[in-house]
Design a protein around this ligand. Structure first.
Ligand code: NAD
Length: 360
């Protein structure tokens, strides 16, 4: 695919296989041309992605590389302390630029490092997973977890540029790719019914048009974020599927069951929240059938035990997306539209979980 360029709030998002000429132009701009670039990788992206990048961008060959261990459990403040120290040892100054090459874990940590080191230095993201390319690498949210609470410490800080080189995905595992695909389904359902109609005719394993999927997904999230960069209102549309999805993930985590990815939790959450959309907002039941059967064809079904249902209600009450004791959802009254802050009673939630359990 030739290069496609989107404009985010303050930075460009370059997408495709042929993005490197444009990146060269960007790197030669006056405010960057004398900067020291420091490359941030994890052990997987060092082996699988960095060589591809160095082939295309020769000027990075002499740069220092800092490796962050991969894994969600390393996305914490201790990892940051080590990297801040590393930057001090390297005498990185205010004009240094971090070049972050990795999935959402790496770009969340490295973006946070950039936002805080010497009160903020610039950074460029090269996302290498589907989650990174369509979601984590742009939009300005960066940060880390605190014990087992996700993304509790962080700031909004925009990158200088986001460079989405789609061939990086060739080495990504099917499991990690499927995890990102749940967000693609979500974008279609909340913002673009034509995109949904395109997706529903093709299963995940048959998809050949990934570059188009990535572009459309980035376009949708970018449009939402531009209208509400600080997540005060409209950006909450992106929470569709995530309120119950997060509860599913927490249940799996409590069982020490590592089989569930964030995306498969979100996919199950989409089924439940589509049910709530029918019950509360008049979405048609045929659409629920269509969405549920598509998700079950593509994502692993997660079985809930009897006592999980009460646990889920308890988890929802503590969800950081709620205000007070109310449990709020983003719901879709029709395909391609989303309503934020929709309050649901516990019995409605129980009925959606009942529906979900009967799909087994
Ligand atoms: N900031 C945001 O707006 C935002 C949005 C969504 C998700 N996130 C965060 O993103 C994180 C999840 O990101 P993720 O799903 O990308 O997981 P990840 O970053 O953990 O990457 C998954 C695995 O794939 C490996 N990998 C990366 N690129 C690869 C490639 N091209 N080939 C082979 N292996 C590769 C990584 O080393 C890792 O082992 C979570 O921490 C989540 O909170 C942030």
């Amino acid at each position: 695919m030739p290069i496609r360029i989107l404009r985010a709030e303050t930075y460009p998002i370059l997408i495709g296989e042929d993005i490197f000429d444009e990146i060269q132009v960007h790197l030669r701009e006056p405010e960057r041309k004398d900067s020291k670039f420091i490359l941030m990788v994890d052990e997987n992206t060092r082996n699988l992605c960095l060589p591809l990048l160095l082939e295309k961008l020769e000027q990075f060959r002499e740069c220092t590389v800092i490796e962050i261990p991969s894994g969600e459990d390393r996305k914490n403040i201790q990892t940051c302390v080590e990297i801040w120290q590393n930057l001090i040892d390297l005498k990185a100054d205010k004009d240094s630029v971090l070049v972050n090459i990795g999935g959402g874990v790496l770009t969340d940590i490295a973006g946070f490092i950039a936002a805080t080191y010497k009160r903020g230095i610039r950074y460029i993201n090269f996302p290498t997973t589907l989650v990174g390319q369509i979601d984590a690498a742009f939009g300005g949210k960066v940060g880390v977890n605190l014990s087992d609470l996700k993304n509790q410490i962080g700031v909004f800080a925009n990158p200088d540029a986001v460079c989405i080189y789609t061939p990086f995905l060739k080495t990504l595992s099917a499991r990690d790719k499927l995890s990102g695909f749940a967000e693609v389904v979500k974008y279609a359902l909340i913002m673009d019914q034509h995109f949904w109609k395109l997706l529903r005719n093709v299963n995940f394993v048959q998809i050949k048009f990934w570059d188009d999927i990535i572009y459309r997904s980035v376009e949708i999230k970018n449009r939402i974020v531009k209208n509400d960069p600080l997540d005060k209102r409209l950006r909450k549309r992106l929470n569709f599927g995530h309120t119950l999805g997060h509860a599913f993930e927490t249940i799996a985590l409590q069982r020490k069951d590592k089989s569930m990815t964030h995306g498969s939790g979100v996919a199950m959450g989409i089924i439940c929240e589509t049910f709530l959309s029918c019950k509360m907002k008049g979405l048609s039941w045929e659409i629920l059938e269509e969405i549920a059967s598509y998700i079950l064809q593509n994502f692993p079904y997660y079985t809930l035990e009897d006592d999980d249902v009460d646990k889920i209600l308890e988890i929802l009450v503590h969800d950081k997306k709620n205000s007070g004791d109310q449990i709020n959802f983003t719901l879709i009254p029709s395909l391609g539209h989303a309503l934020i802050d929709q309050y649901c009673e516990p019995e409605d939630i129980l009925s959606c979980l009942q529906f979900y359990r009967e799909l087994d």
